[in-house]
Design a protein around this ligand. Structure first.
Ligand code: DGY
Length: 333
């Protein structure tokens, strides 16, 4: 175990980047370090990941890299920093890292708007049945304007239930307010009065009550042992049969099998998922349903946002290697 918790600059540092990231971030890293970038256009498997970061002073990782104790040990005692290019860092054992004197960083803030935009897009998509309509046209099956064709639900006057009122949850709630929605939320801590006020008097509810009241439930909490399968079969039964579930946070927060059952049984009206329990696999029960929108983890997928994420991760790694506090460290928990 390393005792390198102190801050001091490293001469000729080596940085391992586990998958290609935007060039401005690589340029920054190359200014201060010897940079190795994975040549593979895919996630590294466990052995490859361990080999890739062995001997590195810092690792720039992606959300599919499992940085656990074994990985940290494979890296070696010189490792100072794991800079994750994501706000979520459930792929990293932050406590094991802290025990080894390794600073973990993430990329909060820079992806808030992009992710909230996507959450709002999914809310509109699923409640207005856009995916179904598009599939219908592409299938070549005949259609015509009809008074009762593909009717969805409007949002004005309905309640959005936000699970996790952090930056992205708040940004999504602000967007929903512009569509006339009322906001309720469930969070570990009650929001400050001015946050609630800015959201039109958002009310904090126990999760079960939120699920019973909301017309649309949008998930924005981190994945932790406490939130794994937070939305399970029992909680899905609390939702209204006209209600929708949207997940842009992390897949394992929802029990996908239970969700497929609830959607098939019509016990909720629909769901929209940007993230999946066993990404990139999707539960086969979901693939055959029309009342679910399935998107391949695109929450932060704009050129501007991905560049900003990678540059922030690079700044984090560079700061640690220079013996300075990184801009966005995570707490070991
Ligand atoms: C994150 O940053 O955690 C997102 O899931 C990446 O899109």
């Amino acid at each position: 175990m390393s005792s390198t918790t102190g801050m001091f600059a490293i001469a000729n540092p080596r940085i391992a980047v586990t998958r290609r990231i935007p060039e401005p971030a690589l340029e920054l890293l190359r200014e201060t370090a010897d940079v190795w970038v994975s040549p593979h256009d895919r996630p590294l498997d466990t052995d490859e990941l361990h080999r890739a970061i062995a001997g590195a002073d810092a690792a720039v990782t992606l959300l599919h890299d499992r940085v656990d104790a074994a990985c940290l040990d494979a890296a070696g005692p010189q490792l100072r920093c794991v800079a994750n290019v994501a706000v979520g860092y459930d792929n990293i054992d932050a406590r094991a890292a802290a025990q080894r004197g390794v600073i973990v960083t993430n990329t909060p803030g820079v992806l808030t708007d992009a992710t909230a935009d996507l959450a709002m897009a999914l809310i509109l998509n699923v409640t207005r049945r856009l995916g179904e309509g598009e599939r219908r046209i592409r299938s070549g099956r005949p259609w015509s304007w009809d008074m009762f064709f593909l009717l969805g639900h409007g949002l004005a006057g309905k309640t959005l239930g936000v699970i996790g009122l952090g930056a992205i949850g708040q940004a999504t709630a602000h967007r929903a307010r512009a569509f006339g929605m009322e906001i309720v939320y469930s969070a570990r801590r009650r929001a400050l009065p001015d946050v609630e006020q800015a959201l039109g008097g958002a009310r904090a509810l126990e999760l079960d009550e939120l699920l019973a009241r909301a017309a649309v439930v949008s998930i924005h909490c981190p994945l932790t042992p406490q939130t794994r399968h937070l939305i399970d079969a029992r909680r899905l039964t609390l939702m209204d049969s006209d209600a929708y579930l949207v997940n842009t946070a992390r897949g394992p927060i929802v029990d996908e099998r239970a969700l497929a059952q609830a959607l098939r049984a019509g016990s909720i009206a629909g769901a929209a998922l940007d993230v999946f329990e066993h990404e990139p696999a999707v539960h086969p029960g979901l693939l055959e349903l029309d009342n679910v929108v399935l998107i391949p983890h695109l929450g932060s997928a704009t050129i501007e946002t991905r560049t900003a994420m990678a540059v922030l991760a690079a700044r984090n790694a560079i700061a640690v290697l220079a013996g300075q506090p990184p801009p966005t460290p995570v707490s070991p928990g």
